[in-house]
Design a protein around this ligand. Sequence first.
Ligand SMILES: NC(=O)c1ccc[n+]([C@@H]2O[C@H](COP(=O)([O-])OP(=O)(O)OC[C@H]3O[C@@H](n4cnc5c(N)ncnc54)[C@H](OP(=O)(O)O)[C@@H]3O)[C@@H](O)[C@H]2O)c1
Length: 328
Amino acid sequence: MRTFKAFRLLAGDKEPVRTVAELTVDDLSPGNVVIQIAYSSINYKDALASKGLNAIIRTWPRITGIDFVGTVIDSADVRFKAGDGVVVHGFGMGVDHDGGHAQVARVNADWVMPLPKGLSLFEAGVIGAAGFTAMYSLHLMELNGLQPSQGSILVNGATGGVASVAIDILSGRGYHVTAMTGKAHETDYLKKLGAAEVIGRVEPQANPKPLEKAQWAGAIDSVGGSTLAWLTRTVKPEGVIAAFGNAGGLALETTVLPFILRGVRLLGVNANPLMPLRQKLWDQIANDYRPTHLNDIARVISIDELPTYLDLTLAGQIRGRTVVDMSG
Ligand SMILES: NC(=O)c1ccc[n+]([C@@H]2O[C@H](COP(=O)([O-])OP(=O)(O)OC[C@H]3O[C@@H](n4cnc5c(N)ncnc54)[C@H](OP(=O)(O)O)[C@@H]3O)[C@@H](O)[C@H]2O)c1
């Protein structure tokens, strides 16, 4: 039987043991569609999982990788046939089902989405779960009334994967974007993506006032923790915050005053919607909400470089999207 390369975590005493193994399809989690992976990527969740943090992975061994794109090799489901281009993310991929950090995946057909018309496999791979999260966040914000005329959108963790694609999409849609980053040296990159201004991170404050100067019509929050608390205090009346991240911490300490005096809307985002909405949002990404700086956002690595780049991701030292080319 044909073998392929996979980055696989084994159970370890203190943290998982990282291996690059030669496997066969029979070694993978069960499923009825087999896919030749073209590109996977590193998302922050993969980096946490690869170190055994936040108890993301509970069953071993496990191939990480919460997203991937590729071509169907074999399908027992009538919706897919050999040669179809597909996109897979979420649905427990890389968590409780073997994920995308391998040259081949085997998954349930219900989790597989046809490659959206107008996107290449590379473009869809760069966008990945991160870009989808940016799109889903903006979708929820606009459902809650957000429009470009209302003012600046704060995007924190700005050099990160979700944030980079968010800045690209938002600026393309005519929004004024303020990028918040810990990497002042990446100002030119962020402006190239479309940020109108670049500011530094806010430091946590002891005993902050419950409300501060209202500045942002909306916010895309990768960071959580004290930064999200600060956002609740500084978003304008009726402003919207899309909260999906925890790169800066899990705790959220704020008061009810932003919500009951300013009508601030805190929107939780779990970027794993059911297929109809998922397909609709991917179609928007391929058309009216299309990011136009994907080549600037992507860094392409090989499967053997995964350990290095997983660690750099966890250390917050990565810019944009780290795409894993599985062809090698
Ligand atoms: N809920 C969901 O469905 C969902 C989906 C996708 C992602 N997420 C979460 O969203 C977050 C971003 O994901 P990602 O893939 O874009 O991650 P990423 O590429 O690793 O980017 C995270 C960015 O956050 C900033 N950062 C890192 N550590 C920080 C700290 N201690 N304090 C403040 N800022 C810090 C850095 O940007 P700067 O250096 O520019 O500040 C970093 O580049 C992660 O927490 C991820 O788990 C959730």
